[in-house]
Every structure is written in C-alpha cells, then in structure tokens.
Design a protein around this ligand. Structure first.
Ligand code: ZN
Length: 308
C-alpha cells in the first residue's frame, strides 16, 4: 500500500491525502506511479476498465482517492485480455517470538474458459506453481529457533526478514497454439541488492499441457548445445567490446562456457511471437549489473521451421 501526504513547508505538518492498494496483475506502484501535481490536482497512472492502464486525476476524500478518467489511456495489460490475476501470500514467523522471518507474495494467472477448453487443466497447473511458491521452505520447516536469537529478532526485525515476490509480467497467445505466462520476481534478504527471478511457462492450448524446449526441440542435445554456443558468441560479437554484458571477452572462452552449460533440461528459453530468446540470469554469464542477457534465436535456427 502507498500513501500520499501533503506537507506544509512552513509548519512541517503532514496530512494524509489518500492511500492506494496494489492490485494483482497490475505491476505498478499504486497511487504513485507517474505521480504529478498540475494546477493543484494530483495525477497518476491507474488500473482502468478492468484491463488497462490510464492517466487519472486523483481526487482525495477521507484518505481514499476517486480516480477520474481524463481520457488519456496508457497501455493494455495483456493478462486481462485472456483472463484474470489473483494474489496470494505466505508468512513464516519465528516459532519463539513471532517475528516475521519470511514474507512471500505470488500472483497466479487464471485463463478464461473461452480461450481454450483445456483452461481448467492449465489453471490447475498454474495454481500448483503458486501454491509451491507459497509453501513453507525446507529451511522454514527445519528452523528450530534459538531463543537467544529472539532479542535480535525483536531489535532488528528487518535484518532477519527475507521477502520474495512473484508477479505476472505478461501473457500472450503465440501462433494460436500456445499460451505463455511470464512472471517476474525479486528475492531480498538484506545487503546491497537481492536477486531477480524471471520465468515463462508455456502451455499447449489443445492439450492443456506445459511445453518446454525439451518437448519441441527436433534434434539431439549435442546439436542444441552447439546452437546455443554459436548464438551466444554471435550475440557477444554484436556489442562494442566495452559494452558487452558478458564476463568472457574471448569468443572461444564464451563458446566453451555456453556449450558446457547448455542442456535441454536447464537452458532457459523464452518464446516470443517472432523469435525465441536464450536467457541468461545475472551471474550466469555476466555481472549482476548486466541484468538478464537475452540472446535472440530465430525459430528457423531453433526448430527448423519458420514459426513456433
Ligand atoms: Zn525469534
């Protein structure tokens, strides 16, 4: 939840204007995204018409805001084109003092039955993924708690708390055959930065089953490893040497790294409308600051056919 206050510069006194809650599937900072004051009125981006983002005038009354549509749409949210989104959470508290030690939040996409008659199967699987994420971890179950820790828990609760969020980042239907659900997450457990988490689940709309590169790839794994290595090197060579996101500066070294790490089980491929991407997580091939490295690969190179 975000709250917007007005603050009188003379006296320093603050007064709550309004608070806004986040909405599952709407990945913006509620009430403050794009916040601007123009001519004494507050404006921000908000969820509109059940499926999109648009600019609104936020009229505050009694700590709540009425969003007035100003006829300035921003973008359509793909998840709401094909279904809805629900959020769920999990909290693990210290068994001795009750301090929350782990907080997790996960969103789940729910496909409309009109899109596929296998929507029920797909939704069951997506629900299971959300439930798995929101279940106690091995560490939670094993933690006995040392009562002497609890003084510290109570003094610095934030220091001992991990947070882990998973949000729906985008939903698409590819080639009328496949549903893709992209999720973005972030784990934080103290320190300079946490770890991002990014994933794509793809389902066959005819069977309702999840499909991965392992199901689709038409050739032996050795061929796949060579393809991944070649495409990764080609991607490195597309950068100016001082702009390259890769640790390796030498093409042979990168080829070997990419070849060795590639497998149909573990290589993360994201499927897009016109091409696919080999995606490397931070630290896999480059520095944390380089973020995710996306290596485009055509469907012709990947699957030997013009499209997914
Ligand atoms: Zn404790």
């Amino acid at each position: 939840m975000n709250s917007i206050y007005t603050c009188e510069s003379g006296t320093g006194s603050a007064k709550l204007l309004y608070s806004a809650d986040s909405i599952p599937g709407v990945n913006i900072s509620p009430g403050t995204e794009g916040f601007k004051v123009i001519g004494g009125d507050c404006y921000c981006l908000a969820f509109m018409n059940g499926d999109s983002l648009g600019w609104v005038r936020a009229k505050a009354t009694g700590g709540k805001a009425d969003y007035e549509d100003i006829g300035c749409p921003d973008s359509r949210l793909s998840a709401f084109e094909f279904g809805t989104v629900e959020g769920g959470s999990y909290e693990y508290d210290c068994p001795n003092c009750g301090t929350p030690l782990a907080l997790r939040y996960a969103e789940r996409f729910i496909l409309n039955g009109s899109v596929s008659d296998k929507a029920g199967l797909i939704n069951e699987d997506l629900k299971k993924k959300q439930e798995d994420f929101l279940s106690p971890s091995k560490e939670d179950l094993e933690y006995q708690g040392d009562p002497s820790d609890c003084e510290e828990h109570k003094a610095n609760p934030e220091h001992y708390r991990t947070t882990d969020d998973l949000r729906i980042a985008g939903v698409a239907i590819l080639n009328e055959k496949y549903l893709t659900v992209n999720v973005d997450g972030y784990w934080y457990g103290g320190g300079a930065h946490g770890y991002p988490n990014r994933n794509q689940y793809m389902y066959d709309l005819k069977t309702g089953k999840q499909v991965t590169i392992k199901d689709l790839y038409p050739a032996p794994e050795e061929v796949f490893k060579t393809l991944v290595a070649e495409q990764t090197v080609k991607n490195m060579q597309s950068y100016d040497p001082d702009q390259s996101p890769y640790f390796a500066s030498d093409a042979n070294e990168l080829y070997q790294q990419a070849f060795d790490s590639a497998s149909l089980e573990t290589t993360y491929i994201e499927f897009g409308k016109d091409e696919a991407y080999i995606v490397y997580s931070p630290y896999d091939m480059g520095a944390y600051a380089s973020g995710y490295i996306e290596v485009p690969v055509s469907y012709k190179d990947l699957l030997g056919r013009p499209s997914l």
